[in-house]
Design a binder for this molecule. Structure first.
Ligand code: R5P
Length: 287
């Protein structure tokens, strides 16, 4: 087995290769130093993949990484790979999982359809709506990224886990079971892309170290609102933990209210402290 990493996911791809004792194949991402002046992507495989079972690891966010994914998958097929397993650590466009208004694209389905052109099977992680994977043209499976966060939060000894909204209850529950600690949740209403409101609720957090657990931190609005609530109710330490750290817009300023922010390596950022390579390696071994 050989492992290829797109430019969005090189450290994770190398870690997956190490876990699987597989060969990591280097990629050249620039034809000329500095890349193409117009910003178009370029890939060149620097190893033979003929007859190999290949794992391609590439997050499909932002858009340039979607294009790079398609170039890599196409090149891997042209090289005569036997089987292509694709690992999409963060499935960009996953949140547009249905047609909310007439005429809209079901973006998650559209991306899945095109991934399936060259791939034999797909693994992704903590996708917004795992049910969308059932309609993909190839076998597709969601891998749970929360246990990796749970291990980290257990090591830093949190007293309690908090879901910032209903959707995150399952995440807090999983992390709480790993930490052996209780969990609670807030009720959130999204006003717009940047503003959320939570329903006031008494939490048993005074003097406690609390981790807010969510799948995604995007603008940081959700985390900041929950963290302020924890602070106002006397929490002594607030950690924000997410699988996918997008950190867009004013996210960095918003999350400053937290003592610590931890994200996994599905998206590389300065907050990446946890690797989900063991999760993906186990899922690949089980295929
Ligand atoms: C929503 O259901 C998700 O689980 C996250 O809570 C949301 O995507 C976070 O977005 P933001 O950081 O912009 O509040």
């Amino acid at each position: 087995m050989k492992v290829v990493g797109g430019s969005a996911s090189v450290p994770l791809a190398k870690a997956v290769a190490r876990e699987l004792s597989a060969t990591f194949v280097n990629i050249s991402f620039e034809k000329h130093p500095g890349g193409f002046p117009d910003g178009e992507r370029y890939v060149r495989l620097l190893g033979s993949l003929s007859g190999e079972d290949v794992v391609l690891v590439q997050t499909t966010y932002p858009d340039s990484n979607v294009v790079e994914f398609f170039l890599l998958a196409d090149a891997i097929r042209d090289c005569g790979a036997n089987r292509l397993t694709v690992v999409v650590p963060y499935f960009g466009y996953g949140r547009q999982d249905k047609r909310f208004l007439d005429g809209e694209a079901v973006s998650a389905k559209a991306i899945g359809k095109h991934i399936a052109l060259d791939a034999d099977e797909l693994l992704t992680m903590t996708i917004h709506n795992p049910d969308i994977l059932k309609g993909f043209p190839i076998p597709a499976r969601d891998v749970d990224g929360i246990p990796a966060l749970g291990r980290y939060l257990k090591a830093v000894e949190v007293d309690m886990l908090l879901a910032p909204d209903d959707n995150a209850i399952r995440f807090a529950m999983t992390a709480a079971a790993i930490c052996g600690k209780p969990y609670d949740n807030l009720e959130k209403n999204r006003i717009d892309s940047y503003t959320v409101r939570i329903t006031p609720k008494k939490l048993d957090v005074r003097g406690k170290s609390v981790a807010i657990v969510d799948d995604v931190i995007s603008t940081g609005g959700t985390i900041a609102t929950a963290a302020k609530e924890l602070r106002s109710q006397g929490a002594s330490r607030v950690i924000a933990a997410c699988v996918h750290g997008l950190f867009v817009g004013k996210a960095e300023a918003n999350i400053k209210v937290c003592d610590e922010v931890v994200a996994t390596d599905t998206i590389q950022s300065t907050h990446t402290k946890v690797s989900v390579a063991p999760e993906f390696a186990a899922a690949i071994r089980a295929l």
